[in-house]
Design a protein around this ligand. Structure first.
Ligand SMILES: NC(=O)c1ccc[n+]([C@@H]2O[C@H](COP(=O)([O-])OP(=O)(O)OC[C@H]3O[C@@H](n4cnc5c(N)ncnc54)[C@H](OP(=O)(O)O)[C@@H]3O)[C@@H](O)[C@H]2O)c1
Length: 265
């Protein structure tokens, strides 16, 4: 995720060239992929963050506490966290209660600058810092702000984990296509191009997905036959349960990894 953000930032026409980017990872091998980019690499986090306005936290939630507590942040530095489930209270406890912090939830299509990220800022952030955080995430795709921090659990369930649901649907369609006599190659191409086409149509249209589906479902036709099976098998309800499980897990992560034996306070 850090690599996607850095690459996206460097390619952003308005800001890319003006940035002084530093990347830190304690393992040198992890820094190899950054070597060809116009960034400075460090194996010490605090060396990387001296003299930067913004620090992006892009480590796994499991190590977030230990990493953040070890950072020598100044009160003016903006911390932008993309760690799933690590809430503002924890981040503030590991830094200082009035540290400017923006929490974000991006998703993996950020690799292709086709991600979507939701952001939430604490009250210590200035307008300029909010703008700064947004311009970083803009380089990974589309951005939007949510009204309260709890909504980030729902965002995680919908878009953070969302690509995996579509991959699962693709897997199932390919498998079914093969079962119907297509080669794996043909079934895969048909499935992926259909996914791309459906997403483009939905993005391009002012109608919602329900209307688009209705428009392509002729009474007594093939689509209706398939949709009836999906409805009978309670597909929508199942997706509701799945997203609820993801949102619940996101909230649990805050509980599991939001505490740190080495808390400063
Ligand atoms: N991937 C997604 O779809 C996605 C979506 C939304 C949000 N996120 C969030 O983004 C964050 C990063 O996810 P990811 O998938 O990019 O994880 P990742 O591939 O494991 O990247 C985390 C990087 O941080 C490094 N790291 C570990 N300890 C460190 C330390 N003490 N100081 C500096 N760097 C350290 C890791 O190195 P080692 O491998 O050597 O430990 C690794 O290179 C997570 O918190 C995740 O919740 C991910």
């Amino acid at each position: 995720m850090a690599f996607s953000l850095v690459r996206g930032l460097l390619e952003a026409p308005e800001i890319g060239r003006k940035l002084d980017l530093h990347v830190a990872d304690p393992q040198h091998t992890q820094l190899d992929r950054f070597a060809k980019l116009a960034v400075e690499v460090h194996t010490d986090n605090n060396t990387a963050i001296t003299q930067t306005d913004v620090v992006v936290l892009a480590v796994k939630p499991q190590v977030a506490g230990q990493v953040v507590a070890g950072l020598d942040l100044t009160p003016q530095q903006l911390l932008v966290s993309i760690a799933a489930g690590i809430n503002l209270v924890s981040l503030q406890q590991w830094t200082r209660m009035d540290q400017p912090i923006v929490r974000c939830m991006p998703n993996t299509p950020a690799l292709l600058n086709a991600g979507i990220s939701a952001l939430f800022a604490n009250s210590s952030c200035s307008q300029e810092q909010r703008h700064h955080a947004q311009s970083i995430l803009d380089s990974a795709g589309v951005t939007l702000w949510v009204d309260n921090e709890n909504q980030l659990d729902a965002v995680t369930a919908v878009s953070g984990s969302g690509p995996a649901y579509f991959f699962l649907l693709m897997e199932a369609m390919v498998e079914a296509g093969v079962g119907l006599g297509l080669s794996n190659e043909v079934a895969t191409k048909l499935t992926l191009e259909t996914a791309r086409g459906a997403a483009l149509m939905a993005l391009d249209s002012n109608d919602g997905p329900a209307t688009l589906r209705h428009n392509v479902t002729s009474p007594g036709g093939t689509t209706e036959a398939a949709v009836r099976v999906l409805t009978d098998k309670k597909m929508s309800e199942t997706i509701g349960y799945a997203l609820f499980a993801a949102a619940t897990r996101s909230a649990q992560l805050a509980e599991e990894f939001g505490h740190l034996s080495g808390d400063r306070n």
